[in-house]
Each structure stands twice: as C-alpha cells, then as structure tokens.
Design a protein around this ligand. Structure first.
Ligand code: BTN
Length: 322
C-alpha cells in the first residue's frame, strides 16, 4: 500500500477531529472505498488509534495523547525529517535537545515532554510546564542565518499561524516572541544555540504553549490557555502537526534567504508595532514608539527625541496605542 495514501487518510482524520465516513474519505482523496478500507486496517495494525463505526465511519481517537506523536508525525510527509523523542517528564526539553544537538542530532530532531520540572523561560526565568500543555524543543541547523533573532521571529510566526488556523482565533505577536490574545500570553518561545566564530552550529527552538494545563491563580491576569479560549479541551496532536508544518514553511523561507518575507509575516501578526512601548533589559529602559522591525529582527523604537534605536533583547511592555 502506498504510504502517501495512508498519510492522507491520517491527515484528514486529524484535521476533522471527528468521524469521517468511508464514502466521504473516498470522495475527498480520490481513492476507492476498498483501498480506504485496506489502508485503515493497515494503519490500525501499525498501532494508529483509529475507531471504526459501521455507520459513521472512521475517527482518530486519543488526539490529545502526546505519546502517540512520534508515530503520527513520522507518517506525515514533511520535508524536514522530524524525529520526535517523547518523554513523559523531564527537567527541561531545552537541555535534552541541546545535548542531542551537541552529539550531532540532525535538523528536525524534536524533544517533546508531557511535563517539565524546570522549564526554562527567556532571560533566565522559570517556565511553568505542568501536564496538559505543549512543551517542545526543535533542533535546527540553519546554514545561512546570521543571527538567532530572525529564527525566533520565524518560530513566533509559525506558532501564531498554527493556533489561528487550528482554532480560528486571532493570535498576535509581542516582540520578540510572545503569542498573545487580548494582551494575555498563551505561548512563549526561547531560542538557544551554539555559535562558532561567524557561523551557527545549531539552534534549539523551544516552544511552550498553554493548551489544556491549569495556570496558577497569580498568572490569570497575564496568561491564558487555549482551553480557556476555545471553551473545551484542545487536542494537542493536530495542533503539534500544524505547528510543525508552519515551522517547516517558515524555516525553509529563511534557508532560501527570504528573511524579509518572514519579517513581513511577523509584522502582519504584530501587536507591538504602532504602540508606545517600554523595553526593559536589566537596568536599562527605553520608552518610545515601536515603529518597525529591522532586517536582523531588532525592534526599532523611535524615542521622544525623535532618534531611532534598535533593541535586541528585553521585556516589552505595551503602554498604549499611538
Ligand atoms: C518565554 O519565556 O516566553 C519562553 C518560554 C519557552 C518555554 C519552552 S517549553 C519547551 C522549551 N523547554 C523549556 O524548558 N523551555 C521551552
């Protein structure tokens, strides 16, 4: 049986997240009912959790069970050869991914955890990562990228786009890379890498999304989960599949030298540009209008004196609209 037909069936069942009849699958994919039947049997024999109902058709079950991710993702014909290491619990997926990268793990290696005990956030902060969220680190080996900032922006674009298309929401990005809804944080990104002289040996992109996990009460004024936004449990496997597809697309654009196109996409999702912001980095504070993103991913602030300043790191506080 053709691997691609099986992948297409899986992809359709995942996107639908409900029963799809054999007749509809056959029509959608242009494959005979008998072939659909045989492919589904084969998928089940390989361990894919497909339920078969005599009248309703087929449905993928356990779409929130992350332990099925390595197998499901291996069936999707991504160009970037994603290879997922799933762990139920770990200290931080960043540390595991960094060690794997140092040991030579290829582009597209992913470490995915159900739960992290010492999740890492930006600027040395702790990132709370209980069971129910989506916590993953992707190893990349970009050959032609000069700075990590554009890689971070590309990841933000992928996460926001995947969330938006999967849940039909309108997520926005706060520079450098928080995914926000109504000003509250739903996801964060941490980029760490090893740079030698003037070339990047590898970049580990850490993505943390509050999906079905609980948030402590003290974070409720600043953070949100996708479950709160959707009003129901959000199945994490299709969301992961969609993030990996968007990430592959943005990463390929960077590898082709189209970082300006990625920056344009970032700008179109931006909640930061056009606002008066305060950027805090250590003891340094810059207040001004967030006017643009530079080619290297820096945030361009126009200060009260009318001078333009490039900011490369720090926490951005949105003060007001212009
Ligand atoms: C932030 O501070 O906004 C960045 C948060 C990044 C969290 C992710 S979860 C997966 C990966 N592993 C970690 O320990 N941190 C990143």
């Amino acid at each position: 049986m053709n691997e691609t037909k099986e992948s297409l069936i899986l992809k359709t069942l995942m996107e639908r997240n409900d029963y799809v009849s054999g007749q509809e699958l056959s029509k959608l994919l242009g494959i005979s009912r008998a072939t659909i039947n045989r492919s589904v049997k084969r998928l089940i024999s390989r361990g894919f959790p497909i339920e078969v109902h005599p009248r309703l058709g087929y449905r993928l079950s356990n779409l929130d069970d992350l332990s099925t991710a390595p197998r499901i993702v291996s069936m999707i014909p991504y160009k970037l050869r994603y290879n997922i290491y799933y762990v139920k619990r770990c200290s931080t997926t960043q540390e595991i991914a960094l060690s794997l990268a140092k040991a030579g793990a290829p582009d597209g290696t992913v470490v995915l955890a159900e739960e992290m005990e010492k999740g890492r956030g930006r600027l040395g902060r702790e990132w709370l990562a209980p069971s129910g969220g989506l916590w993953l680190s992707i190893i990349t080996r970009p050959t032609n990228i000069e700075n990590l900032q554009v890689m971070t922006l590309a990841t933000g674009v992928s996460v926001a786009k995947a969330i938006n298309s999967f849940l039909r929401l309108k997520a926005e990005l706060k520079w450098p890379n928080d995914v926000l809804f109504d000003g509250k944080k739903v996801a964060g990104i941490l980029t760490e890498g090893e740079i030698e002289a003037d070339y990047i040996r590898f970049v580990v992109v850490g993505i943390g999304i509050n999906v079905n996990n609980n948030l402590p009460a003290e974070l409720s004024s600043q953070a949100l989960t996708l479950k709160q936004l959707a009003g129901r449990v959000v199945p994490r496997i299709p969301l992961l599949v969609s993030i990996l597809a968007e990430f592959e697309r943005a990463y390929k654009m960077l590898l082709k030298g189209s970082s300006s196109a990625v920056i344009e996409e970032w700008k179109s999702l931006s909640a930061t540009l056009g606002k008066v912001v305060k950027v805090v980095y250590g003891n340094e504070e810059t207040v001004g209008k967030a006017v643009d993103i530079a080619d290297d991913g820096a945030l361009i602030i126009e200060t009260e004196k009318g001078t333009r300043k490039r900011v490369y790191a720090g926490d951005v506080i949105h003060i007001r609209e212009l």
